[in-house]
Design a protein around this ligand. Structure first.
Ligand SMILES: [Zn+2]
Length: 404
């Protein structure tokens, strides 16, 4: 078994050790040492990285036999018994320790305030997650999270001492531990002064102040539990910087202070809704005027007027609006098309007093366009990818209507 130096001293980063085994694996080399300060992936916490001599340690695992196996990014050779110089990447260790210790603090806050137990825990690249037995309405969960976050940060600001105890299973049995331990030989208990007792094999801060700010980013229902995402220490600082940059950038667009950023956005959204409503009203008026002009300009065929027009950039809603206004009165057939976005779109409509079948007309036109379409005898829509056939399709429709 490898001696776990990280259990004795969470701040140890430089250490010497002897190689007990080493073997190649693909382009990498796996190295086992007699003692190691490298934390192996486990218990929801990702492993440390760093170096052994000049080689980079990219992964660390705990083998079933209790040896810590270090994966190096090169195939440099080692001999058994050789002394090596090792260094753990402190910035990464500190980041992980902050998230992990923060989890103890936040989990106890949920337990103390609401009796919610932590059933799952993992540190991901982006955040840390805990799965809680917390069941309530969304607004109640929001309030519970706010209270737990408040208590957790109080414990951080108190800068309480964190102590590590190695106890026997018998001793552990009488301690008020937050979660059940399944370790049978000896139990490592992490005590946060006058706050939390929890069996754990991870790396922890020496005082709660080292954890830094604890901030909850969000929550969701998962596996019939409440999954809370949070950030501690350097990650909370990075998130604060990003959020701050974002709100400053929004405020700048309004030439406002950051305190007015939210109200400025709300005003803009309200204004946009009002303008959209107004634009729809005006589009209705414009369509009426345009319809009138198009009917006036169309050549009379028998007792009816056929309005046939191809537009460059109108969407289907604009075509439909104009078609409706064109056929509001008697004796009009509207054959409208658009090439917007490189697709042929069609709307065919006729006045209620006429009998030409727009549905049949549309199906024939869409076949030519290589697309699909249809509708009712008095109103149909469709389209297709063959924009080059659009003029021919309209011409055919026009000829058909004319002959009815
Ligand atoms: Zn722990």
């Amino acid at each position: 078994m490898t001696v776990k130096l990280y259990w004795e001293d969470g701040r140890l980063t430089r250490f010497a050790a002897r190689v007990t085994d080493a073997w190649p694996q693909g382009a990498h080399r796996i190295v086992a040492l007699d003692q190691s300060a490298f934390y192996p992936t486990g218990g929801g916490q990702p492993c440390d990285t760093g170096s052994i001599n000049a080689a980079r340690v990219i992964d660390v695992e705990m083998a079933d036999d209790g040896r810590i196996l270090h994966r190096l990014d090169s195939d440099v050779t080692f001999s058994v018994g050789e002394e090596v110089t090792c260094e753990v990447d402190w910035r990464r260790r500190r980041e992980m320790t902050q998230q992990h210790t923060g989890q103890h603090i936040l989990s106890q806050a949920f337990f103390r305030l609401f009796g919610a137990e932590t059933k799952g825990f993992r540190i991901t690249d982006r955040a840390t997650e805990i799965d809680l037995t917390l069941e309530a309405q969304p607004d109640e969960i929001e309030r519970a999270i706010a209270r737990a976050e408040e208590l957790a940060n109080d414990v951080v600001f108190d800068n309480r001492e964190i102590r590590v105890h190695m106890v026997t299973p018998e001793e552990a049995a009488v301690l008020p531990l937050r979660k059940e331990s399944f370790i049978t030989d000896c139990v490592r208990v992490i005590e946060i002064d006058d706050y939390d007792l929890s069996p754990c094999g991870g790396t922890h801060a020496e005082r709660t102040g080292e954890v830094g700010l604890i901030t909850v980013r969000g929550w969701e229902r998962a596996k019939k539990m409440t999954r809370v995402h949070f950030l501690c220490g350097v990650r909370a600082l990075d998130d604060y910087r990003e959020a701050s940059r974002s709100v400053d950038s929004i405020a700048l667009k309004f030439s406002a202070g950051r305190e007015e950023a939210e109200s400025s956005v709300t005003r803009l959204i309200d204004e946009n809704k009002r303008l959209s409503r107004r634009a729809r009203e005006l589009a209705g008026i414009v369509a009426k005027v345009e319809a009138h002009e198009l009917i006036e300009g169309a050549e009379p065929v028998g007792g009816a007027r056929i309005v046939s027009r191809v537009f460059e950039d109108r969407d289907i809603e604009e075509l439909k609006l104009l078609a409706h206004r064109l056929v509001d009165g008697d004796n009009v057939v509207a054959l409208l098309a658009s090439k917007e976005g490189g697709t042929a779109r069609l709307v065919f409509a006729r006045s209620a007093n006429l009998s030409a079948d727009m549905n049949a007309l549309m199906r024939a036109a869409c076949e030519r366009l290589g697309g699909r379409g249809g509708g009712k005898p008095e109103f149909a829509q469709g389209g297709g990818p063959k924009v080059s056939e659009l003029d021919r399709a309209l011409e055919e429709a026009w000829t058909t209507v004319r002959s009815i």
